[in-house]
Design a protein around this ligand. Structure first.
Ligand code: FAD
Length: 265
């Protein structure tokens, strides 16, 4: 089984979000991490590798420093890593990002399963995974919480839905988008870290490597129908209302009255 896991390097928002004066994210000033949903997806892939001997390739599109996140994935146990990086890819929206990633996957050739995260914690759109599947013309299962079965030619996936679960059987090759609940990521081992830097390689692909598979009209800022004009922190909503020294019964009555007054209930 050949598995490709798409990984995005994202700012570590736990360390505080920093902005440039023009309102764009100051990515250089923020620490970066592997997007959490992607890490769960990688763990799910590694478990399939442990069980069935799958080959796991991690793929990212980003700045050269995104290679560090791929090294982390290699240290966790991924076999191969590809970093797609080129100045012309900067400013990509979800459409241009998914077009480029799909082109890289076409360039890789054979695969049985593609795993993406459900969403990235910076852009937060949850569009890239489903768009990759559409570009490649393969079936997809989003919001995957469990891979129930993996057999030759098919997967059974438990998919989270609003108030229920769906158990979906899907033919491979297919794409699933991983929720953080899909699998708790393992830690890197010391041996894994040595291997990631000494034995394994992060292949770097520019547009030159993708020239046979990419549509140049659909990449980077120029190929992006959406532009993010500004990002900014939400203003605090105010202090709220405090009620002191109420009995539990009075507290309930007061809160319910307030919620009714504001048409919340
Ligand atoms: P999502 O669709 O949330 O990511 C889902 C999964 O796709 C990830 O978990 C990962 O597995 C995979 N993936 C995503 N990006 C990569 C990558 N570079 N390499 C490998 N795998 C990847 N763009 C829009 O088109 N519309 C918007 O409304 C929009 N809003 C934005 C708001 C902010 C604050 C920011 C910072 C960016 C926004 N963007 C938007 C740009 C968007 O972040 C980029 O297009 C980005 O490359 C992908 O979108 P995403 O982060 O929403 O990913």
């Amino acid at each position: 089984m050949k598995i490709i896991v798409c990984i995005k390097q994202v700012p570590d928002t736990a360390g505080g979000v920093k902005f440039n004066p023009d309102g764009t994210l100051d990515r250089a000033a923020m620490l970066t991490i592997m997007n959490p949903d992607d890490k769960a997806g990688l763990e799910a892939a590694l478990r399939l590798k442990d069980q069935y001997g799958a080959e796991v390739t991690v793929l990212t599109m980003g700045l050269p420093k995104a290679g560090d996140t791929l090294r982390e994935a290699l240290a966790m146990g991924a076999d191969n890593a590809v970093l797609v990086t080129d100045r012309c890819l900067g400013g990509a929206d979800t459409w241009a990002t998914s077009s480029t990633i799909a082109a890289a996957i076409r360039e890789m050739g054979d695969y049985d399963l593609i795993i993406t995260g459900r969403q990235a914690i910076d852009g937060d759109t949850a569009q890239v995974g489903p768009q990759i599947a559409e570009h490649l013309g393969i079936p997809q299962v989003s919001y995957a919480e469990e891979i129930v079965e993996a057999e030759e030619g098919k997967l059974v996936v438990k998919r989270q839905f609003e108030d229920r679960y769906h158990i979906i059987e899907v033919k491979t090759p297919c794409l699933i988008t991983a929720l953080a609940e899909l699998a708790t990521p393992r830690y890197m081992t010391v041996h894994g870290i040595f291997d990631a830097y000494r034995e394994k390689e992060v292949k770097v692909w520019t547009l030159e490597e993708l020239k046979d598979t990419v549509d140049m009209a659909n990449i980077g800022l120029k190929g992006s129908p959406t532009n993010v004009k500004q990002s900014f922190t939400k203003q605090a909503k105010g202090k709220g209302l405090y009620y002191k020294d109420l009995s539990p019964e009075d507290a309930v009555e007061t809160i319910v009255a307030k919620l009714e007054e504001r048409h919340i209930i």
